[in-house]
Design a protein around this ligand. Structure first.
Ligand code: CU
Length: 178
């Protein structure tokens, strides 16, 4: 048994040594990192999935797991205010943009920290996003007025300020710790 423990700790040591460069690599999981969750719902209150934000090296890891949504591409962003008042979710405000950039990953003056890749919903009504947002912090996400994950009716062109021509807001969820 003792040999087993020594072997396990040796493997752990070697693994740490081998991955030493990862300390500064964007997106590396942070031990004990905080996590926030947003339950997504439509204007009529239907549950359509969830989003998570997790502290990682150099930023926040954002995931979206959506279901029962219309197939196709939908713009998805973190918006600046943690309020999802139906029917239009305008209460969530504009995109989370603490660094004062323009909208879109393809915009030379972008992106907003809240800009995410399009959410691609399949014929089964399901879709996911998994992305790391560099520079984003949990303290910023969960500031005094919070933040929300918003899914739009149309694709985000990832370029046109302020919201990529992504149309109306069809689902929304307020980030909170759980
Ligand atoms: Cu949006």
């Amino acid at each position: 048994m003792r040999i087993g423990i020594v072997t396990a700790s040796l493997v752990a040591t070697l693994t740490l040594a081998a991955c030493d460069h990862s300390k500064t690599e964007l997106g590396t999981p942070t031990p004990g990192g905080a996590r926030a969750v947003a339950m997504l719902h439509t204007a009529d209150g239907t549950d359509v999935g969830r989003a998570t934000a997790t502290e990682v090296s150099g930023g926040l890891r954002i995931t979206v797991d959506a279901n029962a949504m219309p197939p196709g591409m939908h713009g998805a962003h973190i918006h600046m205010t943690g309020r999802c008042d139906a029917p239009d979710f305008a209460s969530a405000g504009g995109h989370w943009n603490p660094t004062g950039m323009k909208h879109g990953a393809m915009n030379p003056q972008g992106p907003h920290e809240g800009d995410l890749p399009n959410l691609v919903i399949g014929t089964d009504g399901r879709g996911t996003i998994g992305v790391t947002v560099p520079g984003a912090t949990m303290a910023g996400l969960l500031d005094a007025d919070g933040s929300a994950l918003v899914v739009h009716a149309k694709p985000d062109d990832l370029m046109t300020d302020p919201s990529g021509n992504s149309g109306g807001r069809v689902a929304c969820g307020v980030f909170g710790t759980s």
